[in-house]
Design a protein around this ligand. Structure first.
Ligand code: BG6
Length: 301
């Protein structure tokens, strides 16, 4: 649907559509509880501001903003696999959901809470068959609620065979200085170190950053807290349908190697990803669904 069609169908006092950033089309939703911008490319949340106007997410100024290319920052949807494809290195890292054009199906009130939500959808079609032959339907709800952003990715297996899924809601949080950030809640958890061929290690104390970190925490808690955020208040991530949390910061050398990431940008972001990664893969029977969700909110106490 073009911009005029979108405005006609969904536009209103709180909802506007634009071309941009770059070549992308995005929707901006404003509410007394906060505001959010989502690009149709990847149903990618670009920005979330709390009711106080504090920006919670980090978005790379060096990102590509081109249909079919991943966006660096915000909340990419990694699906139906996390990281490199398990057998075919030629397939896109983190799956194709973040590269695809999603359809907006609804903007309105969430079912059980006050606020406003936008619902996006993506279905199997011939363009995905070479990557993923299994029929599927994805529903992605982005909701601004009182004091939080809630996102929910529901995958339905429309095929006759079971499928195995991995993925992540790959949240890039903005931080003031990465070397002053702490992630609380993962103390004592085992993790797979992606920088050492998935060596299994145990987290001692809170997670701090003084080097590149790329870890899949296993059997972690539903709730983790991140201090030192650019929103000026600790943020809490409360996950659903996930037993693994990915924590990533590329640090200095990898930042220099990434074309869509500034050399100093590693100082200002941390990824805390609500994931189905490592051994946390989900097998979906025919017609079954799986929800991966996260609620992101400032810690008020
Ligand atoms: C993280 C992975 O989830 O995403 C890292 O754990 C990876 O290994 C990072 O480097 C970014 O991935 P991409 O494909 O967006 O560059």
């Amino acid at each position: 649907m073009d911009l005029e069609g979108l405005r006609h169908r969904f536009g209103g006092p709180n909802v506007s559509f634009r071309r941009g950033p770059g070549e992308l089309t995005a929707v901006d939703v404003e509410h007394e509880f906060g505001s959010v911008s989502v690009a149709f490319n990847g149903a990618h949340v670009l920005d979330y501001k709390t009711s106080r106007g504090d920006s919670v997410l980090w978005l790379s100024p060096h990102s590509n903003f081109v249909p079919g290319k991943p966006i660096r920052g915000g909340i990419p949807i990694c699906w139906p696999w996390f990281g490199p494809h398990s057998t075919d290195p030629g397939l896109p890292a983190h799956g194709f959901a973040r590269l695809s054009q999603w359809t907006l199906s609804r903007i309105g009130s969430p079912e059980n809470e006050e606020g406003i939500e936008g619902v996006f959808e993506l279905s199997s079609s011939d363009q995905f068959k070479s990557h993923w032959p299994h029929p599927f339907h994805l529903t992605y709800a982005v909701s601004i609620l009182d004091g939080s952003l809630d996102i929910s990715l529901v995958a339905r297996n429309l095929g006759e065979q079971p499928v195995t899924l991995s993925g992540a809601l790959h949240t890039y949080l903005g931080v003031n200085r990465i070397d002053q950030v702490e992630i609380r809640g993962l103390e004592g958890c085992d993790y797979l170190d992606q920088l050492e061929q998935l060596a299994r290690k145990r987290q001692i104390g809170v997670v701090v950053f003084d080097r590149e970190v790329d870890r899949i925490y296993l059997e972690g808690p539903e709730r983790v807290q991140v201090t030192g955020t650019s929103a000026g208040i600790p943020m809490e991530l409360l996950s659903r349908g996930s037993r693994s949390t990915v924590v990533w910061n590329p640090w200095i050398d990898k930042a220099r190697r990434m074309p869509d990431f500034g050399d100093e940008d590693y100082l200002q972001m941390v990824c805390v990803e609500t994931a189905n990664a490592g051994p946390d893969q989900r097998r979906l029977r025919p017609k079954a669904t799986h929800e991966l969700g996260v609620r992101i909110r400032p810690v008020m106490d």
